[in-house]
Write a protein that binds this ligand. Structure first.
Ligand SMILES: NC(=O)c1ccc[n+]([C@@H]2O[C@H](COP(=O)([O-])OP(=O)(O)OC[C@H]3O[C@@H](n4cnc5c(N)ncnc54)[C@H](O)[C@@H]3O)[C@@H](O)[C@H]2O)c1
Length: 262
């Protein structure tokens, strides 16, 4: 059976769990050699071990995406294990639910640090490596439907994801001539630990009273009538990493069951 990503050296941040883990496992099943990068060292190691046990190639790296030295080391690990870097998925992120008037400067800075500055640093260090190799490459950022439509108790989260869309467009224009494509995935409502954090935030703020009330309310807007699982995102991730997406850049691809239509 032909595998679409045979031997490709791919870094996925935030790959210890959730969407990043599902994408990494899917990419490994296509023959890619994965760096499982996450701030949670033990969970990242467990994800990498699972991929290896399934016959794939994966190594775990502990990284805080806001720490440039650690990000450089993460890229260096990909080069050490695989001889080069081909693709990076900048997927690590955090969420917080807070009513608009309650968002503090500290909330804003933490959100923008991890979700926007972290993506910028990872993009910069990956691009430097790709430019040094001189053969192009692919950058795929995880944005969100919140990069298209923002809802009240997620203002700073949405701002960070609009920033990811902006970074995606700017870098696509900056490095297109070098054969580096830059695209973003915009998931909708995905049942992960992050969504539990969002749901708890709705209840803490008194905006909902029952478990899953926020997910049910958002899900009522979904054309396909169910929230996503991480597995729903994997097909688009594989496609964007593949040669089939070579002529695609600067795009923010919504995969949300038709919740919003752009
Ligand atoms: N769950 C959703 O509904 C949803 C929807 C749209 C977009 N997203 C985005 O998808 C991405 C993955 O989300 P998820 O739902 O899988 O969340 P998750 O919380 O399950 O996983 C996020 C991962 O990122 C890691 N991480 C957090 N901060 C980090 C840091 N500073 N450095 C390195 N790793 C760090 C966490 O340890 C965790 O393993 C995020 O960027 C998120 O914003 C999620």
């Amino acid at each position: 059976m032909q595998r679409n990503l045979e031997g490709k050296s791919i870094v996925v941040t935030g790959a210890a769990r959730g969407i990043g883990k599902a994408m990494a496992e899917g990419l490994a099943s296509e023959g890619a050699r994965l760096i499982i990068a996450d701030i949670d060292e033990d969970a990242a190691a467990a994800t990498a071990e699972g991929i290896v046990a399934a016959g794939g190639a994966a190594w775990s790296v502990q990284v805080d995406v806001t720490d440039r030295a650690r990000v450089k080391a993460m890229i260096g690990r990909a080069v050490r294990e695989n001889g080069r870097l081909d693709i990076i998925f900048n997927n690590a992120g955090i969420a917080q639910t807070k009513p608009f008037l309650d968002i503090t400067e500290a909330d804003w800075r933490r959100m923008l640090d991890v979700n926007a500055l972290g993506v910028l640093i990872c993009m910069q260090e990956a691009v430097k490596q790709l430019l040094s190799q001189g053969q192009g490459g692919k950058i795929i950022n995880t944005a969100s439907v919140a990069a298209k439509q923002c809802y009240d108790p997620l203002a700073h989260y949405g701002a960070s994801k609009f920033a990811v869309a902006a970074l995606t467009q700017a870098a696509a224009r900056a490095f297109g001539a070098n054969g580096i494509t830059v695209n973003a995935i915009c998931p909708g409502i995905v049942a992960t630990d992050m969504w539990k954090t969002i749901e708890d935030g709705f209840q803490t703020a008194g905006l909902t009273t029952k478990p899953n009330e926020a997910m049910d309310a958002f899900s009522s807007m979904i054309t396909l009538k169910r929230p996503s699982t991480p597995a729903d995102i994997v097909g688009v991730a594989k496609f964007l990493a593949s040669a089939g997406a070579d002529y695609m850049t600067g795009q923010t691809v919504i995969i949300d069951g038709g919740m919003i239509m752009d």
